[in-house]
Design a protein around this ligand. Structure first.
Ligand code: 3UK
Length: 523
């Protein structure tokens, strides 16, 4: 594997941003967002101003700063500005609810929050509930929205001189957290170090994906996901390439527009998006990007037929690879010129994986086992979650919770989860959370949610609902329940199908028999 040796004194902001000025790339374009290009010089200046601003709020090394941001060039400027000061950046999912943010504010104890204008209402409410609320700075976005009484970033930066010095961090200092959902309980903050960004960029971004200086990368997956953070920020910045950032929701039509307008050479998506583009009749005549060299897919397994159809239509491959928030990016992947659709490929050099049985013994070729992974970008722990850290991190090894099979040629094929968690459009959905949301509806006595395959073989939540006495199932009630969940949870979590039952299958001890529901459909 490529050797990544870092000096003890190391700050990722210098490596990913300032280094390019010293190495003569100041005038190259780092980002293109809805308001135009940002050169490496402009990025370095803006992130150093952001650093000074963060300091001016009294933020000290190791304190957390929340980023609830749509994808614009201010995301990397703030992210690296925070790292430059030695503080910890905590980018969070922009699709979540007030309740989710209340938890993250409390769990992280953030003293400062940067939030996009359009998202401000969802952040103001939970902040106001805190006894000692953090400061809020509003970041302008193409979606727009009033800043209220909070200072706007642009105005603050005008009067903030770039921070010249850099916090004396080591490569092992905490740099950022990323929250990940579990099947029960609140999200877990995966704690990552300054060194982790360059490990993923070198091992996967450069060595496997092959991002090079002339590349233009477009990631439909947003920067707040570990997947998007590598794709559209650290991988291109590592080599001095360009990333396209899009604040909008990446619908098939919007994505095709970006591919046409900016002609990226690398496109990063999730299976649901690739399938939706291929299935959209109104886009059937669209050619995509003429310069597209390859695409990548992650978040959930890419169905074989989706990869094959994409290749036939656009003339380049999709490299499917599995990564995780804990490992920061992809550690098992297909390669250029060595793509086996329907598999996750082979280990990324620099990472080791193993498949074990219930007694932790290696399984034979062709047999299903639990996937464990070891590599240099693994998070150090879940913040403030000792029990959950202990059950996931075992010395250098991390238990992924995935089931896999390795064939005689060394290719790994996904075989499902060991827990009840669902990946919907590449994002975690806990069935328990959807069940609780349904149970909060007046008409619902109890509910069970399992994953079911849609027409493309991709998993979506299916709800089985028992109604209270006197209530009857109907298409209207089905629509109402879907809307109810959409309104109370992040919208992507809603059940795509609702089946009304008179009772749920249960064991003698009252545990729902999910395996029975997984095979049951309409009844
Ligand atoms: C599942 C896959 C089959 C698998 C991620 C790339 O998805 C990412 O991180 P998360 O923490 O979820 C991790 C879990 O998602 N998964 C991801 N990719 C695949 N299953 N095939 C795949 N290709 O269950 C894994 O344990 O949200 C993906 C890069 C960074 C990431 N964080």
């Amino acid at each position: 594997p490529p050797k990544v040796s870092l000096p003890r004194r190391y700050n990722a902001a210098i490596d990913f941003v300032d280094r390019h000025l010293v190495e003569g790339r100041a005038d190259r374009v780092a980002f293109i967002d809805d308001s135009g290009p940002t050169t490496y010089r402009a990025l370095a200046d803006r992130s150093a101003r952001c650093a000074a601003l963060v300091r001016s709020f009294g933020i000290e090394a190791e304190q957390r700063v929340l980023l609830c941001l749509l994808d614009t060039a201010d995301f990397p400027a703030l992210f690296f500005g925070i790292l430059r000061t030695g503080a910890v950046a905590v980018p969070i999912n922009t699709l979540l609810t007030i309740d989710d943010y209340a938890f993250m504010l409390e769990d992280s104890r953030a003293r400062l929050v940067f939030v996009s204008d359009a998202l401000l209402p969802k952040m103001e409410a939970p902040v106001a509930r805190l006894s000692s609320p953090p400061r809020i700075v509003v970041v302008r976005s193409p979606l727009g929205g009033p800043a209220g009484e909070h200072p706007p970033l642009d105005a603050l930066l005008e009067t903030s001189a770039p921070m010249q010095e850099v916090a004396p961090t080591t490569s092992d200092d905490v740099a950022f957290w990323l929250y990940s959902s579990g099947s029960t309980g609140r999200p877990k903050g995966a704690v990552h170090l300054h060194a982790h960004l360059v490990h993923t960029a070198a091992l996967y971004g450069t060595a496997v994906l092959g991002v090079r200086p002339g590349d233009v990368v477009f990631s439909a997956a947003k920067l707040f996901f570990a997947y998007g953070l590598g794709n559209a920020m650290t991988f291109p910045l590592h080599v001095g390439a360009t990333a396209i950032l899009l604040a909008e929701r990446p619908t098939p039509a919007v994505v095709m527009r970006v591919l046409r307008a900016h002609c990226p050479t690398i496109f990063c998506g999730v299976p649901t998006l690739f399938a939706a583009i291929l299935a959209d009749a109104s886009l059937a005549e669209e050619g995509g990007s003429p310069r597209l060299r390859a695409s990548i897919s992650a978040g959930e397994a890419l169905p074989k037929h989706v990869g094959e159809k994409w290749r036939a239509r656009f003339g380049s491959d999709i490299l499917d690879g599995i990564g995780s928030t804990e490992m920061l990016h992809i550690f098992l992947s297909n390669r250029h010129g060595d793509v086996r659709y329907g598999t996750s490929g082979k280990p990324v050099p620099g990472y080791d994986v193993k498949l074990v049985d219930d007694a932790d013994q290696p399984v034979a070729t062709g047999e299903e086992g639990s996937l464990w992974v070891r590599g240099p970008s693994c998070c150090v722990a879940y913040w403030n979650q000792r029990e959950r850290s202990l059950s996931t991190f075992h010395g250098p090894w991390t238990r992924t919770g995935d089931r896999y099979v390795r064939d005689a040629d060394g290719y790994y094929t996904y075989a499902g989860r060991a827990d009840d968690m669902l990946k919907v459009g590449g994002i975690w959905v806990s069935p328990f959370e959807v069940e609780s949301a349904l149970a909060a509806h007046d008409a619902v006595l109890e509910a069970a949610v399992v994953g079911d395959a849609d027409a493309d073989g991709l998993v979506k939540p299916r709800a089985f609902v028992v109604l209270k006495g006197g209530r009857e199932g109907s298409p209207e009630l089905e629509a109402e329940l879907k809307a109810f969940v959409k309104g109370n949870l992040a919208p992507y979590k809603y059940p795509r199908w609702v089946v009304f039952l008179s009772e749920l299958p249960k064991t003698a001890t009252g545990k729902i028999q999910r395996y029975k529901l997984r095979v049951a459909r309409e009844t």
